[in-house]
Design a protein around this ligand. Structure first.
Ligand code: FES
Length: 584
């Protein structure tokens, strides 16, 4: 049966645009035909939007036009009608001050583009860190059938016989340069070896983590997260996803039916098992908020305690995403941790997660370990609380130094990013390897935008003494490629008067990861009097999107979404039927 004669086609959303025999129907059809389509190619067929975050300003997503062509082939082959459209794209390396300032803007762009147009389903093309959560958030709010195709990781970096992981090894070697142990010539050579192809970062950074999370949520076809970007199987998967989107349109299989509370549990378990990025916590809380599903930070901690890290990938382990793919990738991880998962969770395939991974296999036990012999006994990220972080903070214990997981040290305080940049390498800075570096005013409102500044550099004079790690604490985020004993997402942030705002040089701070504690060892009356004397700084933005951001951004424990975007609002059906084009 063709899609046009399928009885389910009469209920398609796009029929409100193209199915009418009145003057509006003529207008919608005639104006689309201006693009050169004859009536026969779209009449009565499911319209599949291809939501493309392609941009030459975002190298990680620069190959997505080619991926979109593969999606179109699949849509045509399955009897659908593909229409590709652009949205804002967020590239980590070039966009300032931080892509996180714009994640919600992209989510709004995605949501409104989907809702406003005659689409029956949408294929989401993402890649770089924030593009994946922004599309999942937008699709969750628009709630028409959606399937995601991540762009895939780059090929592994190669330098003089050594594999280089994006970000992680760049940071490691930069510290060698600063310590005087690596030459400028070698450093320049690395620049041309570390990013070898299209695709996103090669380690289990935020982009890889969010692609895995999308797959564990059930929003992609199995295997979508880890096939390298230049691998032909990436395009074949895009083609199959396009075909599947046509079926999903007819089945009316929506994101709210896939991204359920069980799917969120599965995504958190997967995140812990792969040693995923700390950023995943903020993004998952934001996605859950769009779906109206409560997701307190305690849930991450609860699942972290009972989910071992089994993916041996940088920055927590040794290998890169290309190795991960060849070892069996995320399906092999999910199969291994299947006793911990809700296997009955529905997915975009129309089958359950359990059915999707039934035939998954592991082909390299060095890369993907077992539950019985894990890389680490507990999950990668954990949530801390205490008088320094009453609403929570996050640490990636899998990429931290074991000897610093329980530590007490004297605070060395930087008031903001500029202060830190100006003084961190000052030979007179009063710091030693037991100090705790504290960075304030880098949270959602503080920086603003919560940039990835939490990976404070080790002061040069300590680097030269061979110090490789110290406890660092901030209200910022860190890149998923970061490593070290770094506490981030401290909430409430300093800029809204959280206790971080009143930490002074010389205060003692205690970190106890096992007990999940982060404490400022200052008598309570003293802490109260400091907080009472605290005054907020003038807002950084007074107009435009920046002002909207400052007026509505939520704290890290609530996912940094805008307060007015959470929960479910007007349905897409109402939007489709309520408004007619007044121009006709
Ligand atoms: Fe895009 Fe790392 S810069 S994923």
């Amino acid at each position: 049966m063709s899609t046009q004669t399928d009885p389910r086609a009469s209920r398609l959303r796009s029929r409100h645009w193209f199915g009418k025999r009145d003057r509006w129907g003529l207008g919608h059809r005639a104006w689309l035909r201006a693009e050169g389509f004859s009536e026969m190619v779209f009449e009565g067929k499911p319209v599949i939007g291809i939501c493309n975050s392609w941009s030459e300003l975002n190298n990680c997503n620069a190959h997505l036009r080619q991926v979109a062509e593969a999606v179109k082939r699949g849509v045509w082959a399955a009897g659908g009608f593909p229409l590709e459209f652009p949205t804002i794209s967020l590239g980590e390396m070039l966009m300032k001050p931080t892509t996180m300032l714009f994640r919600n803007l992209m989510a709004m762009d995605v949501e409104e583009c989907i809702r406003a147009h005659p689409l029956d389903a949408v294929v989401l093309l993402c890649g770089c860190d924030k593009t994946t959560p922004a599309q999942l958030m937008g699709a969750a709010s628009a709630d028409i059938p959606a399937i995601m195709v991540p762009g895939g990781p780059m090929l592994s970096g190669q330098w003089r016989g050594t594999e280089l992981g994006s970000g992680t090894d760049a940071r490691r070697f930069w510290e060698e340069v600063r310590a005087g142990r690596m030459t400028e010539e070698d450093w320049c050579e690395i620049e041309s070896c570390i990013s070898r192809s299209s695709g996103h970062c090669t380690v289990m950074g935020t982009a890889s983590t969010m692609a895995c999370i999308a797959e564990a949520l059930g929003m992609t076809l199995p295997g979508a997260a880890d096939i390298p970007a230049p691998d032909s199987r990436r395009l074949a998967l895009a083609e199959t996803s396009g075909a599947r989107a046509v079926e999903m349109a007819l089945e009316d299989l929506r994101p709210s039916m896939v991204m359920t509370a069980k799917a969120l549990d599965n995504a958190i378990r997967a995140d812990m098992a792969i040693g995923g990025s700390t950023n995943a916590i903020v993004h998952l809380v934001a996605i859950a908020g769009r779906l109206g599903i409560p997701l307190p930070l305690e849930k991450f901690d609860e699942l972290s305690r009972t989910t071992p890290v089994i993916a041996n990938l940088k920055p927590s382990g040794k290998f890169l995403m290309e190795d991960f793919c060849y070892a069996g990738g995320l399906p092999a991880v999910l199969k291994e941790i299947s006793p911990l998962l809700h296997l009955d969770a529905p997915t975009v395939t129309g089958k359950s997660l359990g059915e999707n991974i039934a035939r998954a296999g592991c082909y390299n036990r060095e890369v993907i370990k077992t539950l019985a012999d894990p890389l680490q006994p507990q999950g990668g990220t954990v949530v801390l609380r205490g008088n320094l972080a009453p609403l929570g903070a996050v640490i990636k214990q899998s990429a931290a130094s074991a000897h610093l997981l329980k530590h007490q040290g004297r605070a060395v305080v930087f008031e903001n990013g500029e202060d830190m940049a100006a003084r961190i390498d000052d030979p007179n800075l009063d710091v030693d390897e037991n100090s705790v570096l504290v960075l304030k005013n880098t949270g959602p409102k503080g920086a603003p935008g919560m940039p990835e500044w939490g990976h404070l550099p080790i002061p040069k004079k300590l680097l030269q003494k061979g110090v490789k790690d110290m406890v660092r604490i901030s209200d910022a985020r860190i890149s998923g490629t970061s490593f070290g004993t770094i506490v981030v997402h401290v909430a409430p942030e300093a800029a809204v008067g959280g206790p971080l705002a009143v930490v002074k040089d010389g205060d003692m701070i205690e970190l106890d990861v096992e007990a999940r504690r982060l404490e400022l060892i200052v008598p309570e009356p003293e802490l109260k009097s400091r907080l009472a004397a605290w005054k907020p700084a003038a807002p950084y933005y007074t107009r435009g999107y920046g002002k909207l951001f400052l007026d509505h951004i939520l704290q890290a424990d609530e996912g940094c979404d805008f307060d007015f975007l959470r929960g479910r609002t007007e349905s897409s059906e109402i939007m489709a039927t309520k408004f007619r084009n007044p121009g006709m």
